[in-house]
Design a binder for this molecule. Structure first.
Ligand code: C2E
Ligand code: MG
Ligand code: MG
Length: 555
């Protein structure tokens, strides 16, 4: 009986077919018994009839024999159908299991089936006295490959990497794709021979690194690996699959942090580091809301006259748990967790209020993160802060680092222009460290260049630094840009600098950055606090208020 065409795997109805099978089997058995009985008397009659010795078999018996034959054929066909059905059912079941347990793209085990398979392998290996290594592999630049070359290229990379890693796997090892560009390997090894796993990780890295051809392009992939192991009998290491995955994941994260394209074994210190990092993140989040970030001020001096001309605001975190923390620790984390703008605006707002009390001759410089420049409302926000504090924009300076120039240069240019249109000054911070091109320098309307402190503080000792400072000075003169030298740590540096040109300067020679209260006390001693009826304070603020109202209307 032909089967109707169907796109779905045909799983025969269990009951119907079982009943039919029993009936068919009964009929076929009865038919065979009857065939033997009737055939025994009919067949000799037929033979005799052929020899002309009889008139032939009884027609009734002949009909019964023919019926028997038909029934036997029916039974045989039913048996054939049954065999086909069983084979199909087995294939469908296998396919369903395969879909449930493996990743269709790479053929590796999928995340769901990894735990059970790992635990079974751990139990088997430990029973034999063997150890188990758990490896997590994460591709380093997969997102970029996907974004630049499309998802088909990404799929090819995943398939190629899976095949390459599979090629390195010893017998009985498991290979799973945990999701995205993350793979796991579970590898049995002889106790005490973890060097074999080091070799395995190194050769996986080497094989994955080989270029992958994709259409006309060559794709370069690297992989970071985290390793951990489970030893038989050692209760500390006899971890379950989830715990092994967790440890290998931390080790993999560590490999990424240490430069990618490498492997690391899990160590408990890594877990502490990760915990510290997550405490830092939540501390920063709460600290922003609780106003724990405060401005410190570093003096800026006119090196020619030796007079104080302003301050650079440097943010500090007064953490209740960790004490006073510098920006090198919290700025990158705040950028990563997306609170940098809020943090920055809160310290700038405080600084503007503090600076209101300073003499009208003093300027305030603030640093901003490249991420803030991506905000189309950034100029508006700065303007609003100025208005709210009643601080004149002409005394306000924004420092942007060279890394900002690697962002979308058109956006940066229009932002700088709109800030400058409000009277705010813009300086290029840490110049010399970020490879910004001369062409870019010329097209962006900076007001000042700040030479990075690494060149300045090494001036007396390093001849190359003197050459660089000289070159930057010539560049500044050529472009008509005044220069600030950072990192003046001692009188020798100051002496060297004076020989090279005329600068504004800052550094520990003039004192460490100090909080608002100390700064105010120092200014009081120097008689550089604002006069109460200083007209310079109100007029520009009114101008800013007018501009802000106008821009709001435009928006
Ligand atoms: P920067 O803008 O180049 O700031 C100068 C840094 O040099 C400050 O470090 C300052 O304390 C240090 N410094 C000053 N004089 C000397 C010296 O004579 N010798 C040496 N070796 N160092 C000196 P700090 O306060 O740790 O700030 C580090 C960086 O953090 C700053 O570099 C700035 O890029 C960034 N930063 C500070 N505050 C903020 C902020 O509010 N927002 C953003 N986005 N970045 C900030
Ligand atoms: Mg700066
Ligand atoms: Mg700097």
């Amino acid at each position: 009986m032909p089967h109707p065409p169907s796109s779905e795997p045909r799983l025969p109805s269990k009951f119907g077919s079982a009943e039919r099978d029993i009936v068919a089997l009964g009929i076929a058995t009865a038919a065979i018994i009857m065939f033997v009985g009737t055939g025994g008397s009919v067949m000799p009659d037929i033979v005799r009839r052929l020899g002309g010795m009889s008139s032939g078999p009884d027609p009734m018996l002949t009909n019964a024999l023919l019926l028997n034959i038909a029934l036997i054929i029916f039974g045989w066909r039913r048996y054939r159908e049954l065999t086909v059905e069983v084979a199909e059912r087995r294939r469908a079941e296998q396919q369903a299991r395969l879909l449930a347990e493996t990743d269709p793209l790479t053929g590796c085990l999928n995340r769901r089936s990894t735990s059970a398979a790992t635990e079974a392998l751990i139990a088997e290996c430990h029973a034999r006295g063997e150890s188990i290594a758990f490896l997590i592999l994460d591709l380093d630049n997969f997102k970029q490959i996907n974004d630049l070359n499309g998802h088909l290229a990404g799929d090819t990379v995943l398939q190629t990497v899976a095949a390459r890693v599979r090629g390195e796997m010893p017998e009985r090892a498991l290979l799973a794709r945990l999701g995205g560009d993350e793979f796991a390997c579970v590898v049995p090894f002889a106790r005490g021979r973890s060097d074999r796993i080091d070799q395995l990780a190194a050769s996986i890295i080497e094989r994955v690194n080989a270029p992958i051809e994709w259409e006309a392009a060559t794709l370069d992939v690297t992989v970071s690996i985290g390793l951990t192991r489970s030893e038989p009998g050692d209760t500390a290491c006899e971890a379950d699959a989830e715990a092994l995955l967790h440890m290998a994941d931390i080790a993999m994260y560590n490999s990424k942090k240490r430069g990618r394209n490498r492997y690391h074994w899990f160590e408990s210190a890594m877990e502490n580091e990760l915990r510290f990092r997550s405490e830092l993140e939540s501390g920063i989040r709460h600290g922003v809301a609780r106003g724990e970030f405060i401005p410190y001020y570093e003096q800026q001096i006119d090196l020619r006259t030796g007079l104080l001309v302003g301050f650079e605001m440097l943010a500090r975190w007064q953490s209740p748990q960790l004490g006073l923390i510098g920006p090198d620790i919290f700025i990158p984390v705040a950028e990563e967790i997306g609170v940098i703008a809020e943090l920055s605006e809160s310290v700038i707002a405080q600084a503007l209020v503090d600076a209101r009390a300073w003499d009208a001759s003093l300027t305030l410089s603030v640093n901003i993160s490249p991420l803030q420049l991506r905000d189309p409302w950034f100029a508006q926000k700065m303007l609003r802060l100025l208005v709210e504090a009643g601080f004149p924009p002409q005394r306000f300076e924004i420092e942007i680092t060279e890394s900002c120039l690697h962002e979308n240069i058109g956006v940066v240019r229009s932002l700088i222009t709109s800030l400058k249109n409000q009277g705010i000054k813009i300086s290029l911070d840490d110049f010399g460290t970020g490879y910004s091109s001369l062409a870019q320098l010329r097209t962006l309307p900076f007001d000042r260049i700040k030479i990075d402190r690494s060149f300045v503080s090494s001036l007396p000792a390093n001849h190359d630094s003197a050459t660089i400072v000289q070159a930057i000075t010539a560049l500044g003169e050529g472009l008509g840009l005044p220069i600030t030298a950072e990192g003046i740590e001692n009188p020798e540096i100051l002496e060297e600098l004076r020989k090279l040109g005329s600068f504004k300067g800052q550094g520990y020679l003039y004192g460490y950055p100090e909080d608002a209260a100390h700064t105010r006390r120092k200014l009081a001693e120097l008689q550089l606090l604002a006069k109460v009826d200083d007209p310079a304070m109100s007029a520009p603020a009114a101008t800013v208020a007018g501009t802000l109202a106008a821009t709001r209307k435009q928006a």
